[in-house]
Ligand binder design. Structure first.
Ligand code: GTP
Ligand code: MG
Length: 200
């Protein structure tokens, strides 16, 4: 209930950041949403906050091109990151975001937890492994959030979860619990809200 109140309360877009010196002051607890292009990061932020178009989502990979900061209440930031992996943008531009993404993930003191989104249809890929290893090295605690649960039949879900569990067992910075979600149907959204509300 407290979590619902927090997310239904004041949520605003603060700014889009294109370089490390543009980051807002690190005076709040911060959680970010990382993952391959098109995995559903922006859609998840919209589902969490109950706003349809707070974060811009689209079917074109590479939609989010900046580090977007949202204020959640008075004490937290939600951070929507550009995707990694394939993107519909020129290579030089993509390289620039990827560098910024890595700098952010390894150098943000107030980052309490990185949520790494994994598409339920695909499981953990090689590009994800790179990011997970970076998070280990930077000692950023991370938690996997499965997305697009509505696209995979219940009988096929366990096999993917097993692949993810096995991959996570090799990463010291990983939380073992996996959150399964559908931004489309709303599954797992309350669980994720409660996790974020509980972080201080
Ligand atoms: P980039 O910003 O390009 O890295 O992508 P993103 O990770 O922010 O993905 P985005 O939220 O823009 O979603 C990509 C596509 O997946 C959109 O067409 C969404 O509607 C769709 N999508 C996201 N979440 C879900 C979900 O839970 N279920 C279904 N069926 N589709 C989803
Ligand atoms: Mg996005």
């Amino acid at each position: 209930e407290a979590a619902r109140k927090l997310f239904m309360g004041e949520v605003d877009f603060l700014k889009g950041v294109v370089a490390m010196d543009g980051l807002p002051p690190d005076d709040r607890a911060e959680v970010c949403f990382a993952g391959r292009s098109n995995v559903g990061k922006s859609s998840l932020i919209n589902a969490l906050t109950g706003r349809k178009a707070l974060a811009r989502a689209s079917n074109t990979p590479g939609r989010t091109q900046e580090i977007n900061f949202f204020t959640l209440g008075e004490e937290r930031y939600l951070v929507d990151l550009p995707g990694y992996g394939f993107a519909n943008a020129p290579v030089a531009v993509v390289d620039k975001w990827q560098r910024l993404l890595k700098q952010y993930l390894s150098g943000r003191a107030t980052l309490r937890r990185a949520f790494v989104l994994v598409d339920f249809r695909h499981g953990i890929k090689k590009v994800d492994e790179e990011i997970l290893t970076l998070l280990d090295k930077s000692a950023v605690p991370f938690q996997v959030v499965m997305t697009k649960q509505d696209k995979v039949k219940a009988v096929d879900q366990e096999k993917v979860l097993e692949q993810v569990r096995t991959a996570l067992s090799r990463h010291p910075a990983a939380y073992p619990e996996i959150v399964t979600t559908s931004s489309e149907k709303g599954d797992g959204i309350a669980t994720l809200r409660a996790i974020i509300a509980g972080l201080t």
